[in-house]
Design a binder for this molecule. Structure first.
Ligand code: C2O
Ligand code: CU
Ligand code: CU
Length: 486
């Protein structure tokens, strides 16, 4: 809302924007705030694998309950479909119609956003489209996305971070006959891994202080699929791991303690055109990587870890390396998976098709109200307002969007609803598109000093969608704008 001031004789539109204070936070120590350190657990608890749910006729409820995260660790948490934390892995084929009867068994309003999927605006979990406590909603849409790893989580305005933190999230896996014909590891060898840091000292309650609202909520305990100190027993063969960073704010630089290379076969928007050999993959909140890992050559009885390596580029996190998940090699098993030379074509969007370039300043932390020390994380000086139309684009057209964090001091993983994009370039900071940023993406990380350019073809979905920072404290703090597809 703009403020009009009456000055004798003329009307002055001041530059001062009055901001709702619920979106601001005090900044005292925040400038030097650091992510809470990870404390490694002893790795003794069998990794939980979420139940699978056929997306063609699905029904579930969001509910609170007591979750057992490991021996002697139980907390109050939220889950979907009877799970005490997280929710089932929805599986569906490309071209099928997804149908979910959702009921809200929580004591607060909620909704579901289908992260990465191309769905009509009314089904997308727009921040103000919520289901009241005790209410229900029918989700129903056609699966247009390529085979790959997507996910779902709540998206109510100013409560996304709180509900996701307390447990609400799940995998949404799209398959297709073409993918099945590639002979990739399947069944028990196709393992979804959602990595999330939590604070267990307070029992998984969501109570961010001013620093947490500024840099994001970090926890000392890193869970995988809701298991603290997780162990997975494996055989000496190839596995497909679907890595999802489902944390509110923490970035992981995934690698294996053996130092072994592994193959990236998919990113946010599904399968790549061909496997890429990497030794690490850096994922910010919201991002995914599908990887093939071969345990062949590991001795039976040996142990290794999925870990996060230290990384540079941001002051708030990355200083620490830590283990995430222990693998115990239990048995010899031969494997007839051969690495396919090609996976699924990724058609590059030519820059010449772009009809417009929009640049968004995401590197300007805003001080408001003068000296009271309140700060916000705006995009182009604005914070979320459901009633404002920030950008208007045309269905079917191609545009280049730039997220400019050149002057910024924080990391911002920027996410677009309604479709997938391709990363064109990164200048400043790391200075290049990273190997795991190829293929189709829906979330892209901008470190301080970086400007990232993406290219997107807007789908034929008319209506209002959001784009935002996927640091969930930033998102709830208003780092989110509307764009309308016409
Ligand atoms: Cu996964 Cu709008 O978010
Ligand atoms: Cu999304
Ligand atoms: Cu951010």
């Amino acid at each position: 809302m703009k403020l009009f001031m009456k000055v004798p004789g003329l009307l002055v539109l001041t530059a001062l924007t009055v901001l709702s204070c619920a979106r601001c936070h005090k900044m005292e120590s925040s400038e030097n705030a650091k992510a809470r350190k990870v404390e490694e657990k002893t790795f003794v608890n069998p990794l939980a694998i979420p139940a699978t749910l056929d997306g063609v006729h699905a029904a579930f409820e969001a509910k609170s309950g007591t979750a057992q995260l490991g021996s002697n660790i139980s907390v109050n948490a939220l889950g979907y479909g009877g799970a005490s934390i997280l929710g089932p892995t929805i599986r569906i084929r490309h071209g099928e119609q997804f149908d979910l009867a959702f009921s809200n068994g929580l004591g607060e309003a909620t909704n579901i956003h289908w992260h990465g999927l191309e769905v009509p605006a009314a089904q997308d979990g727009y921040p103000t489209d919520v289901t009241a406590p005790g209410g229900s909603f029918q989700y129903n849409f056609l699966i247009k996305n390529r085979p790959g790893t997507y996910w779902y989580h709540p998206h109510p305005d100013m409560a996304t971070a709180s509900q996701a933190w307390r447990g609400l999230a799940g995998f949404f896996v799209v398959t297709s006959p073409e993918e099945e014909s590639l002979g990739l590891p399947s069944g028990e060898y196709d393992v979804p891994l959602v990595v999330q840091d939590k604070r267990l000292d307070g029992g998984l309650t969501y109570n961010p202080d001013t620093d947490d609202r500024s840099i994001g909520m970090f926890g000392e305990s890193v869970l995988v699929n809701g298991t603290a100190g997780p162990v997975l027993e494996v055989a000496t063969r190839t596995y497909r791991f679907r890595l999802l960073n489902g944390s509110n704010a923490r970035i992981y630089n995934f690698a294996f303690s053996s130092g072994a290379m592994f193959h990236l076969i998919g990113s946010d928007g599904g399968l790549l055109d061909a496997p890429v050999a990497v030794s690490s993959v850096l994922l910010a909140p919201g991002e995914r990587a599908d990887v093939l890992v071969n345990f062949d050559g590991q001795a039976v009885g040996s142990e290794l870890y999925l870990q996060s390596n230290a990384f540079a580029g941001t002051e708030t996190q990355g200083q620490q390396a830590f283990y995430i998940l222990k693998f115990k090699v239990m048995r010899q098993e031969s494997d007839n998976t051969s690495l396919p030379a090609s996976l699924m074509p990724v058609e590059k969007i030519p820059e010449s098709q772009s009809v417009a370039t929009r640049s968004f300043n995401i590197g300007h932390m805003m001080q408001h109200g003068g000296m009271d020390g309140m700060v916000m994380h705006p995009i182009d000086g604005k914070t979320f307002d459901a009633d404002r139309r920030d950008e208007v684009v045309k269905a079917g057209t191609v545009e280049i969007w730039e997220f400019d964090n050149s002057a910024g001091t924080e990391t911002h993983p920027m996410h677009l609803h309604a479709g997938q994009f391709q990363v064109l370039s990164r200048t400043g900071g790391r200075g290049a598109v990273q190997p795991w940023e190829n293929g189709w993406k829906d979330t892209v990380l901008a470190f301080p000093g970086e400007k990232v350019r993406i290219i997107v073809r807007f789908p034929n979905l008319k209506g209002k969608f959001v784009f935002h920072c996927h640091n969930l404290e930033h998102e709830d703090g208003g780092m989110m704008l509307n764009y309308e597809i016409q």
